[in-house]
Design a protein around this ligand. Structure first.
Ligand SMILES: [Zn+2]
Length: 239
């Protein structure tokens, strides 16, 4: 089981850990703890390096497998052995762009629910750009400007972002979480991680976010697409 350091400290750029398992054919390393985000909830995985006894290996992919996080190493250098200490370093520029983008998407989600009552059905992101799909029957081209103004106003409010890990029973009592379909979480999950943009949005979320909306910067609504009468897709870009 890998301790997920990014869940409680999304600003951790470097960390020390011990190798708990080595998968030779996949060139994958398991650690007792990690700051690498393994991907999920629309946020892509981190890249970076592992430095082990003076040798630096590129981390080309990170993936969650059950309770473990697999770090896939590039190159063809011989792999280290179990029990070795190592230092992990994130590609921080990329991760921080993803944090800003992820928070921007929650700003969009919270603003659109508040102003139009539309629910999110899906989404995806890359550094500095992303999209969300909404059940948003009344969405039309003229609203693009209006939405862009509204979300940038929320960013400018410098709203704090609070992350909590709550017991399942407690989380299931919170109306905002019920609205965002918390009931779809698998039975076995005993704790729910929540991400709150204070005064705007609260949802169950495993991703990494900035501490304050002021870090997001200017958001542009880049495009929107109708995916049918009800379903509308909204694209954003960050500067
Ligand atoms: Zn999210």
């Amino acid at each position: 089981m890998t301790e997920l350091l990014y869940q409680t400290d999304s600003y951790l750029k470097q960390f020390d850990a011990t190798i708990t398992s080595v998968l030779m054919t996949e060139r994958a390393i398991l650690l007792d703890r990690t700051a690498f985000y393994p991907g999920g909830g629309g946020q892509p995985c981190d890249f970076g390096t592992l430095t082990i006894e003076g040798t630096t290996y590129p981390v080309e992919k990170v993936k969650k497998q059950g309770e473990d996080v697999l770090h896939f190493l590039g190159g063809d250098l011989p792999l280290p052995s179990v029990g070795t200490a190592m230092r992990g370093t994130l590609d921080w520029a990329r991760r921080y762009e993803l944090m800003r983008t992820h928070t921007a998407l929650h700003v969009l989600c919270g603003t659109i629910f508040r102003d139009y009552g539309a629910h999110v059905t899906g989404g995806d992101m890359q550094p500095l750009k992303g999209r969300l799909d909404f059940e948003f029957e009344t969405m039309r081209g003229e609203l693009v400007r209006e939405i862009e103004v509204a979300i940038n106003k929320e960013v400018a409010q410098s709203r704090e972002i609070r992350v909590k890990i709550l017991p399942r029973d407690e989380a299931f009592q919170i109306p905002d979480l019920i609205r965002t379909k918390i009931n779809l979480l698998p039975e076995g999950i005993l704790h729910v991680r929540t991400v709150e943009i204070v005064g705007l949005d609260l949802q169950a979320d495993g991703g990494t976010h900035v501490h304050n909306t002021s870090e997001v910067g200017k958001i542009r609504v880049a495009d929107y697409k109708s995916k049918g009468a009800i379903n509308k897709r909204i694209y954003i870009e960050l500067e």
